[in-house]
Design a protein around this ligand. Structure first.
Ligand SMILES: [Zn+2]
Length: 240
């Protein structure tokens, strides 16, 4: 699993059949978690129409959709939270639930891997037709910058996992040669950011990524075994 996308349903209280079909999990304003019609595993490609949660345009593969069931009749501009605003309790449940999903599915918490629907277009470059969930949280006067709001959510999720928030990065799955996916892509971006030459950032932990990791480990006086664990992640996140 590559990531989790956070939504709101723009619905009233109560999970409708359409909502259950659209998200893997829904969280009510009273904090109740309702599994959708499709388990997270349904997001693993190949995706067949009707057999997965179509929560995000062109970004459903290997991504779990979690929605706050809220914000029915809300309006972006001028802003009006409407009769079903997100509640603090709902947000607390989202944070701990997503933290659990990240641990269960070994999903790192980064801007590319745990993000709101509103961040998909600016961060992943996949067009989303003006989606603004989740750019507003309880206590805000108006919607904010989606990535800034996402950073707040990620910091809370990391705290729930007992992980410090280090810039936009953190959470540290063990990666090694043969690993694939967004966590590897994140690793490669950090390596590139530290001046290591990899070729391309492709999410595939191959020979060149392995060599760059071993060089970094030698420089940091770690065992140069090519296995990216806690200490290597810490070295990668230095200065972030
Ligand atoms: Zn959405």
């Amino acid at each position: 699993m590559d990531g989790i996308i956070l939504h709101w349903t723009a619905g009233a209280d109560g999970v409708t059949p359409h909502e259950a079909d659209s998200y893997n999990f829904l969280i009510g304003r009273d904090g109740t978690i309702t599994p959708g019609k499709h388990a997270p595993e349904a997001q693993i490609p190949p995706l067949r129409k009707g057999s997965y949660a179509a929560h995000t345009l062109n970004a459903n593969g290997n991504r779990i959709g979690v929605a706050l069931d809220a914000m029915g009749d809300a309006n972006e501009r001028p802003f009006r939270a409407g009769r079903f605003p997100i509640t603090e309790l709902q947000l607390d449940v989202l944070v701990t639930f997503v933290a659990d999903l990240c641990l269960k599915y070994r999903i790192p918490v980064t801007r590319r891997t745990v993000l709101s629907h509103a961040e998909v277009e600016p961060t992943l470059g996949i067009k989303q037709n003006g989606k603004w969930d989740i750019s507003w949280l309880p206590g805000m006067d108006a919607p904010g910058d989606p990535v800034a709001v996402g950073d707040q959510l990620r910091a809370r999720i990391l705290a729930a996992m007992g992980q410090p928030a280090i810039g936009a990065a953190a959470f540290t799955p063990v990666l090694r040669r043969g690993s694939k996916g967004e966590a590897v892509r994140h690793l490669q971006e950090l390596l590139t950011g530290q001046g290591h030459v990899l070729g391309k950032v492709d999410g595939d932990f191959g020979e060149r990524t392995d060599a760059a990791v071993r060089i970094l480990q030698k420089l940091e006086q770690l065992k140069p075994d090519g296995i990216v664990g806690k200490q290597t992640w810490a070295a990668l996140n230095k200065g972030q």
